[in-house]
Design a binder for this molecule. Structure first.
Ligand code: FPP
Length: 250
């Protein structure tokens, strides 16, 4: 697939103009495994390692928020084995995070509807939430989208807003985009300036539908388990070379 850097080197990342928030659709784990004659679950295992590596890199670079799409509202259609393997990888990551996030100053949040998630995983997510609350809001924050869908997030927000209106604490005519953003899973977090999708697919797949209004998109053929620091540098440099006008003129 052609992008800004096909056949040429990316320039240097300008650390004074970093995006505050990068979001990534971690795609291509299954194909990565299949090409190696491995079960799809091996691709997710490798993908979880890539997430650790990229989160550390983003934190060290000075990115404040990294949001990753780990499991969508549609991913339940996959086999029980594959769903179970992803949940086990998340559990392993949460157990590690509980031990290390305070030391490393890493905040962790979940976006998505956690109701159908196992009580064990929800309890671990609750623990990481509590640790996050004690950390400084300026610390690096990773947001993991779990049982997440952009439409589902908007519907849950609308239901909560309607309930507040019915209770008399909100007025429909006072709703604006800032107030509505406060009902989303991403409340309080700036919209991602940059959304990255590896694996050659050119679609959003129900990811951050409200928040992506003015995001810059970066697509690359690399499969997520092969995604590395040089890839994220290329994506950031591409973002830094874009002309962002937000509907205005220059
Ligand atoms: C998409 O690739 C990937 C997923 C649906 C799962 C992502 C999960 C992880 C990386 C593991 C757990 C995450 C953390 C944060 C520890 P795909 O399976 O759709 O790939 P394909 O399109 O090649 O089949």
């Amino acid at each position: 697939m052609a992008n800004e850097f096909s056949g040429k080197q990316a320039g240097q990342v300008d650390k004074s103009r970093l995006p505050r928030h990068i979001a990534i659709i971690m795609d291509g784990n299954g194909r990565w495994a299949t090409r190696r004659g491995l079960p799809r679950t091996a691709g997710h295992k490798a993908g979880a390692e890539t997430f650790r590596k990229i989160a550390t890199y983003c934190k060290d670079l000075g990115i404040q928020y990294l949001t990753v799409y780990a499991f969508s509202t549609e991913n339940w259609k996959r086999s029980e084995t594959e769903v179970g393997a992803i949940m086990t990888l998340l559990k392993k990551y949460l157990l590690e995070a509980i031990d290390s996030m305070e030391r490393d100053s890493i905040r962790l949040k979940f976006f998505g509807d956690m109701t159908p998630i196992s009580p064990e995983l929800r309890a671990l997510a609750h623990e990481t939430d509590e640790i996050t609350e004690h950390l400084d809001r300026r610390d690096f924050q990773a947001n993991i989208c779990l049982n997440y869908g952009g439409r589902d997030e908007i519907l849950r927000a609308v239901r909560r807003f309607a309930a507040d209106c019915a209770a008399g604490t909100r007025k429909p005519e006072k709703l604006d985009d800032v107030a509505f953003s406060g009902y989303l899973d991403s409340a309080g977090i700036p919209d991602p300036e940059l959304i990255i999708r590896p694996s050659g697919e050119l679609r959003l797949s129900n990811f951050l539908l409200w928040q992506c209004a003015y995001s810059e998109f970066y697509f690359t053929d690399a499969l997520w388990p092969d995604f590395d620091e040089a890839e994220i540098d290329r994506a950031i440099v591409a973002y830094q070379n874009r002309d962002r006008r937000f509907g205005g003129v220059k």
